[in-house]
Each structure stands twice: as C-alpha cells, then as structure tokens.
Design a protein around this ligand. Structure first.
Ligand code: HEM
Length: 664
C-alpha cells in the first residue's frame, strides 16, 4: 500500500512538472524590463499549490471515511475511524501552514519580486485586503479549525463536523482563481467549486478507503464508497466540462491551444477511471464480498495513481494561460463587477430568455428532483401510494428556484433593487411553500433503506439524528423561526448588509440560499406535514403567521417612506442608464414586496385556520368517544367531571363534587 501511495505521489508530481512546462505556466526565460519573481517562486508556487491541493484532498477523504463510510461503535467512531481522525489533525495543520506559505509566494509572483526582497507590510496587506490573499488565509483558518475539530471528541457527530469543515476549506481558492476572472463568472466560479468538492471527495475518499483495507467490514465500506464515487464521477465530469467550456471559449481552442490539450488529457484520465470504476462494479466488488479483497485493492491503487496524475494536471491547468483571456485588453469595470455586460431595458423575453445559470442552484434543482423521483419510485414499487400533489409541489418549487436564480430575471436582480426584491420574495415565500408541500422528509424517511449493519449510519439515520438534535428542537420553535425570518429581512436591508453581499459571489449565493432556508423553516413550522415539528396549538401558529405578515407589511411601509438609498455604493456602480432613479426603483421594490406577500400570506392563513378547525374537530371527536366509553362503563368522563366541578364552584354550592371529595 505504501508503494501505491508513493506511486500516486510520483504520478501527481510528474504530471504537474510536465504540464507546467507544456502549458506555459513556468518559463525560465527572463525578458529584460519585465519583472520576474525568479525561478524559486516560479517552481515553488505550483509545487506548493499542489501540496496544498493534495493535503486538502486527503483531509477531506480521511475525515469523510471516518464519519460516513466506516461503521461506528455506538455513538462514537470505531478504532479505524479514530486512527484516520488522528491523521487528519496533522494533515490539516500541514495544510494550514502550506496555505500560509502560499500567501508569501503569491505576493512574490504578483509583484515580480523574489521572496527575499518582499517587505512584511506588502505581505500583510496582500493577506488581509486582496481577494487571493484573503482566500488563502480563509483556507488556512478553516484548516486549523479542522485540526481542532478532529481532536474535539470521538463522537460521529464531531467527525461529521470535521468533514464538513474540511469540505468548506477546499473552497476559498475556487472563488479567486482563473474562474473568478472569467467573463461568465457566476457559472465559472460555481462549476469550479462543485468540481473541486466532487474531486476531493472522490480522490480523498479512495485514499481513505485504501487505508482501512484491513477492516473486517471492508467489503461493505467499499460498496458505500462506490456509490459516492459514482456521484462524484458524474459531478466532476459535468462541472469540468462546463468550466473548460468557459475558459476555452470555442471548440477549436480545445485542440489548437495548450490549455485545451491539458483539458483533453484530463478527459482521458476521467475516461480511464470511469472504466476502472465499471470494472470494480462488475468484478472486484463481488469478489470482495466473497472474501477476496486483493483484486479490489490492486485496481484501487491503479485508480488512485490515475486520479493523482489528474490532480497534478489540474494544478498546472489552473496556472496556465487560458485561451479566453482572464482580463480583457480594455477591461470594462462593470463586467468585472457583475461578471456580465449591462442588460438592456427589461422585457418579458429578456427576463426569461437571457439566462444566467448558476451551477450551485442547477445542481440543487437537478439532484433534488432526481432524488425525490427515485424515492417516489421506490415507494410505488413497495406498493405505498404517494400523493401526486406532493410530487408536483416539490418539482414546482425546485423548477421555480432554478428559474428565479438562473433565467434573465437573475441578471436584473443584480442591477435593479426592484428585481432583487421580486427574487427575494419568490425565494423566501413561494419556493419554500411549494417545497414544504412536497413533504421531502416524510418521503426520505419512508423510502431510504436502513443499512443491514446497525453500526452503519446511512442517510436515513443521519436525517433522524438531525431531526432529533438540539439545534433542530430550538429552530423548530415557531417564535425562533419567526425571529430568523424577520431579522433577516430587516437586518439585510436596514442593517446595511446587502451591498457587501452583492459584491461577492459567495456572499450573493449565501444570501439567496438563506432566503430559501429561512422561508422553508418558517413555513415548515407553520404548515409542514413532515415529522420533527413541535406540537403547538394551532392558535399560536395563526398568531405567529399574523406577526410575520405585520412585520412584512411594516417592512414594505418603512422602505416606501425611506429617502435613503439602500446599498447605495453597489446600486450606483451598476445603475443601468435606462433605469429610473435609485430611490424610485427602491420605492417600486418596496411596493412589490408589500403587495407580493399578500397572496401567499392569505393562502397560508386559510390553511392554518383549516388546521385549527380540524384540530378542534379531532379534539371534539376524542371527547365524544371518551363520553361514549364512559357511558358504556358507567364511569365519569372528562366532560361530566368538568360539569360537576363547575357546579361545585358555583356561588351557593356548599359541597365538592363527589369524586373530588373522594380524591381529597
Ligand atoms: C479525472 C478526474 C479529475 C480530477 C481529479 C480533477 C481535479 C481538479 C482539481 C483538484 C482542480 C482544481 C485545481 C486548482 O485550482 O488548483 C481542477 C480544475 C479544473 N478541472 Fe478538473 N479534474 C478532473 C477531471 C476534469 C475533466 C474531465 C475536465 C474537463 C474536461 C476538467 C476540467 C477542469 C478545469 C477547466 C479546471 C479549472 C482550471 C483553471 O482554473 O483554469 N477536470 N480539476
């Protein structure tokens, strides 16, 4: 095994060095008058970038294997998982140190000065105020958090948090590399983020798996990994092709440019590991189940070597000049800010037909629909009906999510406050109501299979744990859900956050996701049918909904009266020449927000009142049944006892009811 890992490392380094030379990322020629950081930086920068990438991949893979792939020991990770988490600590610390070293090398590269001539102040200001430096510092900070989390306890929950943090830590550079400079940067950035996450899970997971090859349940662990690997294969392929398409610009660049040639090599590597994966499924996994593990391990090592070479190619690719230049000859500040050119005056056709796809939401939509339909199919096959209305509600919600974040309207939401407000209202009211109507948790709990081994936690077990966790209990309190919903509305617009979030792709993505989640939480608490909700009296739900409506209407009113432009900096910078004044557009947005909430709010109110009436009817039916039972057995029922109590407490009455007297 050790030989296999050394082979994988050597393949990655060889691929990196050859691709750096070939792709033109490293060129030893020094041109007079052009500042050069010198050969140390030129070589050390890509090599350390690869070291950081490999450390990230290993940290992700080992923590994911410990938390999700291996069977545990009750609530804790088992011995093999413990060993992996110990390794994660050291890998993560090394990763943090490498990312910090990359800050220095990147400054040297950007300024064209050798490392020994850099001043401390230039390094500090790069690390704290330039996006590339900030992203490396974020990565270093998150890697330290991973190291701390990996020692925070042995529970499987802590291992899952460690894995989540590690996945978060691979992301920051994706938001500042080639892709961030791409014209079509929404799609470029989100496709690279997906690509890096999927590739890290895939390559890292395989390494983790091979490290636990002596586990007595290795066969089942490998089968679970195989399902993860298939999903990662698909995600890596789609996101890689999308990203390459943006960087290449057109088909001829694929064979006429060196960048294109490197992309083709990666495609070959992908096909090779695809073939290996198919061989695993057809031959080595069944052999593993029948007690012959070595064929699987041998093929797995071969697969790891190809994947490591692909990672080496990737790092060289990310440093090679791209056919579509990262910065235009005459850069347009607006395009740099928005990632696209200013759209023309809005028309219905432009709102619908000039899409701005985002890989993050597209993935959520496609994966959400496919997973739901797979669940429904499994239910039907097992002979359990599933209401079509729920399926329609879920699919409708996801399609609307995809449309409002990816069609032309999404472009206008960047440049017009009013369009942003429409997007916000749809995402926080209509989409969540439809998604809640799909009852996804009920479907998941019914359709997901329990693992044969009780020590294995599958998706169903994690979902149940999450539903019964303390955060879920706190969040599902109606007043907490209301608080989150209302605070986000007021905090974002009146607290001055909007401008900052608009400026960063990650911030923008986080904001839109938050709208959906905050809305989902509120409407799940109010009208959801999924398990996990608190049992509260329907009257309280009506009150909570009423308060949400009032807060919403008051927000619209405040905005309508306001004479201060919200996110002034941002909207001034992107203001379209054909649009009305910033304040007029803001007032339009306020009016839309006010009017928009009314229809969904009225529908929810109707549902809540119906819920209330039904619960009263159910309570009445329960009392009637109790009275019938009491009459049949001759005992007092609740109602008779209550009437007797009233009679006894009436003025003039001197006696306690008989049974009370008996009890006292
Ligand atoms: C074989 C499996 C693959 C693995 C393990 C892999 C891994 C990676 C990794 C780790 C990166 C990030 C590199 C960095 O920013 O330092 C990356 C970037 C990239 N990958 Fe892949 N990849 C694979 C397949 C593909 C395929 C099939 C394509 C396209 C046909 C592709 C296209 C790209 C592109 C365009 C980038 C961005 C490079 C840039 O910033 O210019 N990859 N890949």
């Amino acid at each position: 095994m050790r030989k296999g890992l050394v082979g994988a490392g050597a393949a990655a380094v060889l691929a990196l060095v050859a691709a750096l030379r070939f792709g033109g990322a490293v060129d030893d020629t020094v041109l007079p008058g052009i500042p050069s950081p010198g050969p140390v930086t030129e070589w050390a920068l890509p090599v350390l970038t690869m070291v950081a990438t490999v450390l990230g991949v290993l940290t992700v893979g080992l923590s994911v294997t410990a938390a999700f792939l291996l069977p545990g020991d009750g609530r804790s990770v088992a011995a093999h998982g413990w060993v992996l988490l110990r390794r994660v600590t050291w890998l993560a610390l090394l990763w943090a140190a490498t990312s910090a070293a990359l800050v220095v090398l990147t400054v040297s590269d950007v300024l064209g000065l050798p490392v020994d001539r850099l001043g401390r102040s230039s390094i500090l200001s790069f690390a704290l105020s330039v996006s590339q430096g900030q992203s490396l510092m974020w990565q270093a900070g998150l890697a330290i958090a991973v190291a701390v989390a990996s020692r925070a306890g042995l529970s499987r929950g802590v291992a899952a948090v460690t894995a989540g943090l590690a996945l978060g830590a691979v992301l920051p550079p994706a938001f500042t590399g080639h892709s961030a400079g791409a014209g079509n940067h929404q799609l470029a950035v989100s496709s690279l983020a997906l690509h890096v996450v999927a590739a890290s899970l895939w390559v890292g997971g395989l390494t983790g798996l091979l490290l636990v090859r002596r586990h007595r349940r290795f066969g089942e662990t490998a089968a679970r990994y195989s399902r993860l690997a298939l999903a990662c294969f698909v995600a890596t392929a789609i996101s890689g092709v999308v990203n390459a398409g943006i960087r290449l610009g057109d088909w001829p660049a694929l064979w006429s440019s060196r960048y294109g040639a490197l992309v083709l090599l990666k495609a070959v590597a992908l096909l090779a590991v695809g073939a290996i994966g198919a061989a695993h499924r057809a031959r080595t996994l069944p052999a593993l189940r029948s007690g012959t593990p070595w064929a699987f391990v041998r093929l797995g090592v071969g697969e790891l070597i190809v994947l490591a070479a692909a990672v080496g190619l990737s790092v060289a690719l990310s440093r090679s000049p791209t056919p579509v230049p990262e910065t235009a000859v005459e850069p347009d500040p607006l395009v740099e800010l928005l990632g696209f050119a200013q759209p023309g005056p809005p028309t219905a056709v432009r709102m619908l037909a000039d899409p701005l796809p985002d890989m993050f939401f597209l993935t959520v939509v496609v994966a959400g629909i496919l997973a739901y339909l797979a669940g429904v199919r499994r239910m039907r096959r097992a002979g359990h009906p599933w209401p079509v209305s729920r399926t329609a509600s879920w699919i409708g919600g996801l399609l609307l999510l995809g449309a409002i974040t990816g069609l032309g309207v999404a472009r206008y939401a960047y440049v017009l406050f009013s369009a942003h407000m429409v997007q916000h209202m749809v995402l926080s009211m209509v989409v969540p109501i439809l998604l809640v109507g799909g009852a996804p948790v009920t479907l998941a709990l019914r359709a997901l299979r329990r693992p044969a081994d009780p020590q294995v936690r599958g998706a169903r077990e994690w979902l149940l744990l999450a539903l019964h966790s303390r955060p879920a209990r706190v969040l599902s309190h109606p007043l907490v859900a209301l608080g989150i919903y209302v605070t986000s509305l007021y905090g974002l617009y009146l607290g001055g956050l909007l401008g900052t979030l608009m400026r960063y792709h990650l911030g923008h993505l986080a904001m839109l996701t938050h709208f959906v989640l905050a809305g989902y939480l509120l409407f799940w608490v109010l009208i959801g049918v999924d398990p996990g909700r608190r049992r509260v009296h329907p009257a309280l739900l009506v009150v909570v909904h009423f308060l949400a409506m009032v807060a919403h209407a008051f927000f619209g009113f405040v905005l309508l009266q306001s004479t201060t432009v919200i996110a002034d900096d941002w909207y001034t910078a992107v203001h379209p020449p054909w649009a009305s004044s910033l304040l007029a557009d803001q007032h339009l947005g306020a009016g839309l927000a006010w009017a928009f909430g009314e229809l969904p709010a009225a529908a929810i109110l109707l549902l809540l009142v119906r819920q209330w009436i039904r619960s009263d009817e159910r309570e009445q039916a329960r009392l009637d049944r109790a009275a019938d039972r009491a009459e049949a057995t001759g005992a007092d029922d609740d109602l008779a006892r209550y009437n007797a109590f009233l009679a006894a407490t009436r003025p003039g009455s001197s006696t306690m009811p008989e049974h009370h007297a008996d009890n006292s």
